[in-house]
Design a protein around this ligand. Structure first.
Ligand code: PLP
Length: 381
């Protein structure tokens, strides 16, 4: 019987934990009311369940839960933050302005920013240093007189590097500029509150933390105006209309509760497994190049380039054995724009692997992955 491939792709998404599925269960067909309709019992139950989830999320981020706007995921939250705030700003001032981001952001930030450019906003995308981290001097130099918004992610989805958001926030505050951060990859894996980071807008997602797919949230400082992108029944303070997906929100709340309770242990466990993987691979295979800073990095991420192998052949040989990616799962198969920004060639980017560790990764998985990848590289060379 063929063995199941080893799972090393927990940054693309994660499985829903059974306790999350159990928490969601009653809200599909037992307490299936519309939370906006508090005139009947099932509506009241749905609304109460959602409030509990909202409070759990609020507490985990150290904010009043009214600052949360539920969305269909991080992509929508990023669009709402960037396009929604830019349009509101332009409306208030009667003119467009300038936005700063990084070239290594996820497409869920780069693409709405491209849309803003089409609408007449000017954009600067700052390149990272060769270790993937934002250079604060370059960032400072990117400001213009009409800069009104910055979007810098907390942790990178491909190379896992953690950006200096506190320092970025200080610079933005000194200049009176709004800071948005896509924290889809960092939330639940790094200890922070909205205030310790000092961001004005933050994006999070359910399915990166063993919650359901199709739910996320935008956290907003109360005084930041956002034009809605979806119009309708006035839900979520009129900023994001549409009947709320109660089971998904309940599941998101449960996933957050578990992620926060277990974060300290998980950080240690993930980091140990990841380091074991990296030291094992680099002692077996010559010519490995780490992509991104090794210490300023998510505990569960590893990304490296293998010199002297053809990426497409390596992927083919790996496919049935290890589930992992050579780029972000949202990049349609083209070489990773993140690795290219770090200075890798297209060929090197294709011969790169992102291996991400999850709750179900064992020591044995790590040992097997080291052995399998080493064998394949030897075969290819
Ligand atoms: C950093 C980052 N932002 C946004 C997204 C998109 O998230 P969602 O699938 O919740 O829309 C992802 C997921 O791949 C991500 O890693």
């Amino acid at each position: 019987m063929q063995q199941k491939p080893l799972e090393f792709d927990y940054q693309s998404t994660t499985p829903c934990l059974q306790s999350v599925v159990d928490a969601m269960e009653p809200y599909w067909n037992e307490d299936w009311g519309n939370p906006s309709n508090r005139q009947n019992r099932s509506g009241i139950l749905a609304s109460a369940a959602m409030s509990i989830a909202r409070d759990t999320l609020g507490q985990s981020l150290g904010i009043n839960s009214e600052r949360l706007i539920f969305t269909s995921g991080a992509t929508e939250a990023n669009n709402l933050a960037l396009i929604g705030h830019a349009r509101a700003h332009a409306n208030e001032l009667g003119k467009k302005g300038h936005v700063i981001t990084m070239t290594t952001e996820h497409h869920a930030v780069l693409d709405p920013i491209k849309q803003l450019e089409k609408e007449g906003f000017s954009i600067t995308a700052v390149k990272p240093r060769s270790d993937g981290i934002l250079c604060l001097d370059d960032f400072n130099n990117a400001f213009k007189d009409d800069t009104f918004m910055v979007s810098i992610m907390l942790a990178n989805n491909e190379i896992g590097v953690i950006q200096p958001i506190k320092e970025v926030s200080k610079i933005c505050k000194d200049r009176g500029v709004i800071l948005h951060s896509d924290a889809a990859q960092g939330f639940g894996y790094l200890p922070f509150t909205i205030d310790t980071l000092g961001v004005d807008l933050m994006t999070i997602s359910g399915h990166k933390i063993y919650g359901p797919k199709g739910v996320g949230a935008l956290i907003r400082s109360n005084d930041i105006s956002i034009h809605p992108l979806i119009f309708g029944g006035g839900q979520e303070q009129g900023i994001r209309a549409g009947t709320l997906p109660v089971p998904l929100i309940v599941g998101f709340g449960k996933a957050v509760e578990i992620a926060i309770n277990e974060m300290e242990n998980n950080i240690v466990r993930f980091r140990d497994l990841r380091n074991k993987l990296w030291f094992g691979l680099s002692s077996q295979i010559s010519g490995l190049l780490i992509n991104g800073s090794l210490d300023k990095r998510l505990p569960h991420n590893l990304n490296f380039t293998i010199k002297g192998v053809l990426g497409s052949r390596m992927q083919k040989l790996l496919r049935s054995k290890i589930i992992c990616t050579s780029a972000s799962s949202c990049s349609n198969g083209s070489p990773s724009h993140v690795l290219i920004e770090l200075g890798r060639t297209s060929k090197e980017a294709e011969a790169s692997l992102r291996l991400s560790i999850g709750r179900f990764t064992t020591n044995n998985d790590i040992e097997q992955a080291i052995e399998l990848i080493s064998e394949i590289v030897q075969q290819l060379r």
